[in-house]
Design a protein around this ligand. Structure first.
Ligand SMILES: O=C1C=c2cc(C(=O)O)[nH]c2=CC1=O
Length: 549
């Protein structure tokens, strides 16, 4: 597409167009153009009128008067319900952050889909369903990446690389807070296109970024909409589901499933850091990825976090440095030079309580805080401890260990699918129901009915607090390590074994005795008979000497 054509279209439509050329195969290059949109919302909702109305209810067929596919019964436009329950004391402000009561700062009306329909315009099916009427079940299996064939590994690496380069078909990202979103002239929306993988990175950054309090004031860092609270497991679950769905669409393959990395293997070796998977260590720089891995070509986004915090801006799509990674190389923190142990997973799965007050990174006896890794796997909170998920992040020692940047390292995907597998196993074993998820007093963003930031259309923590195979269309193929026996179990087993052995030995002896007595009877019988005969003859002779001939 020529510059003139672009400019003509842009003028015609009265919107700013941004284009990215994507190489498909051979000489085939597709130029994707997108209008610059509002926040990470659908393109259809980006008009100034749309934003002023606070309504984002597109038609799946693009037909006027068919909001949310209402004419075909798919859904209707409704007022958004945002959580208004009390949150914990960690965030002491009100009205200072665009993410409060998400997404009301941007939109207050959205599509509510009927039955099994779903999506921002009710044009697709809920997770786990397919077909024109969304009434056929479909499920994918997430597998251990180490157990995949060479071809499967290659296909996964290629798919990630394609996602890094492919512009997101529906969503665009905002690069300014709402207050400045129309630009200096009040008429220039501050938005950018973003690739599928970089959207995955950006949404994590947006959820953890600090609250801007004004020029010259330090931004407030005591806020995190996706960590240090019960929403940790539900937020990351949806984050992965969205990437998996985007990649399925990109590949045209509804069976595509994200694999997982079982990071609970102990030791100090990153087993997936090989060039057929996530990239080996470079021979030239121990903090870099080998040039023989495609991931050495990747560039990170959201690196200039100090600038964003000082200026009150937001991360944009600009890519900067390569991924940094030095597994087990943090010499200043020996405790993060080793991966979690298999036993750590078993221990946290035994914790009965999902989360405990204050539902924060200081919680004790909380399954969530243990799998997140701020408390010991057995549940005890200790500020110096880092375990499970946190330990795996810190072990990577580089891009993957810094919260605002970590998804830039694709190991993030596999680390989190395993974390999600543990969460799903906990749900399966404990069968808790949403009642155990705190309704209020969790840190901001983490209450049960809070819409997770920054996802669109709105989705609550509660919606992800369900067993995945039955509700979300995926399951894990995973062999959990066997639990070693406790002392009392060992004693019980020893007693049972002893009883069985004694009984068996007793039985054998009894049989032998019986067999022996039985066979001696047979063997002795002629002897007895003989004796008896000899005795009888002797008897007769002695008793009756005249009878002897
Ligand atoms: O990306 C992350 C990086 C983290 C580092 C810690 C820590 O415990 O210091 N926790 C993290 C969580 C992340 O998601």
């Amino acid at each position: 597409m020529s510059e003139e054509t672009l400019s003509f279209l842009s003028n015609l439509l009265q919107i700013e167009l941004e284009c990215v050329s994507v190489w498909i195969a051979g000489p085939l290059v597709v130029t994707l153009c997108a209008s610059l949109a509002w926040a990470q919302f659908p393109r259809e909702c980006i008009t100034p009128e749309g934003l002023r109305s606070g309504q984002c209810c597109p038609s799946p067929a693009g037909v006027a008067g068919d909001e949310c596919g209402s004419s075909t019964g798919r859904g209707q436009c409704v007022t958004i319900a945002a959580d208004s329950r009390r949150h914990g004391p960690q965030y002491p402000y009100a009205g200072r952050d665009d993410r409060e009561r998400w997404p009301l700062r941007f939109f207050n009306r959205t599509c509510q889909c009927n039955g099994n329909f779903s999506g921002y315009n009710c044009g697709r099916c809920k997770h786990g369903l397919t077909g024109a009427n969304c009434d056929q079940r479909i499920s994918v299996v997430r597998r251990n990446v180490m157990q995949m064939s060479t071809a499967e590994k290659q296909a996964f690496v290629n798919a990630l690389d394609q996602a890094k380069k492919t512009v997101h078909p529906d969503l665009v990202i905002c690069t300014r807070r709402y207050q400045e979103v129309l630009g200096p002239d009040g008429n220039t929306p501050q938005f950018q296109n973003v690739t599928i993988y970089n959207y995955f990175v950006w949404s994590h950054y947006y959820s953890v970024s600090k609250t801007y309090l004004g020029p010259g004031q330090a931004s407030f860092g005591g806020v995190d909409f996706s960590h240090e609270g019960p929403g940790f497991v539900t937020w990351h679950r949806f984050h992965l589901l969205q990437l998996e769905r985007d990649m399925q669409d990109m590949l045209g393959d509804p069976t595509f499933a994200l694999p997982y990395w079982n990071f609970a293997i102990g030791g100090s070796e990153c087993d997936i850091c090989t060039n057929d998977l996530l990239g080996a260590r470079s021979a030239f720089d121990m903090n870099s990825i080998s040039p023989n891995s495609v991931f050495s070509q990747w560039r990170v986004i959201c690196e200039s976090v100090e600038d964003y915090d000082a200026l009150g801006t937001i991360c944009n799509s600009t890519e900067s440095s390569p991924i940094r990674r030095n597994p087990a190389g943090n010499v200043a923190r020996p405790m993060v030079q080793r991966l979690p142990e298999p036993q750590d997973v078993l221990d946290c799965l035994e914790l009965n309580t999902f989360d405990t007050p204050p539902y924060y990174s200081t919680s004790s006896e909380s399954f969530r805080n243990s799998i997140e890794g701020y408390s010991a796997p057995q549940g005890m909170y200790d500020p110096v401890i880092r375990s499970l998920h946190n330990l795996a992040h810190l072990f990577l020692n580089g891009t993957g260990g810094q919260t605002h940047l970590s998804p830039n390292d694709p190991i993030f995907v596999l680390l989190h699918t395993f974390t999600d597998a543990v969460f799903d196993e906990w749900l399966r074993r404990h069968q808790p129901g949403e009642i155990v998820y705190p309704e209020e007093n969790a840190p901001i963003g983490h209450n049960r009915r809070f819409n997770m930031v920054p996802f669109w259309p709105p989705v609550t923590n509660a919606e992800m607090f369900v067993p995945a195979p039955e509700n979300l269309g995926y399951s894990y193929e995973v062999q959990w390590p066997a639990r070693p026996l406790t002392l009392s179990e060992i004693i019980t087993v020893a007693i049972v074994v002893a009883v069985v052995v004694v009984a068996a030995v007793g039985g054998v002896v009894a049989c032998a005795v019986r067999a022996r007595s039985h066979s001696s009877a047979e063997v002795l019988e002629p002897l007895l008979a003989e004796t008896y005969r000899r005795y009888s003859e002797e008897d007769r002779r002695l008793d009756n000497p005249q009878s002897v001939v």
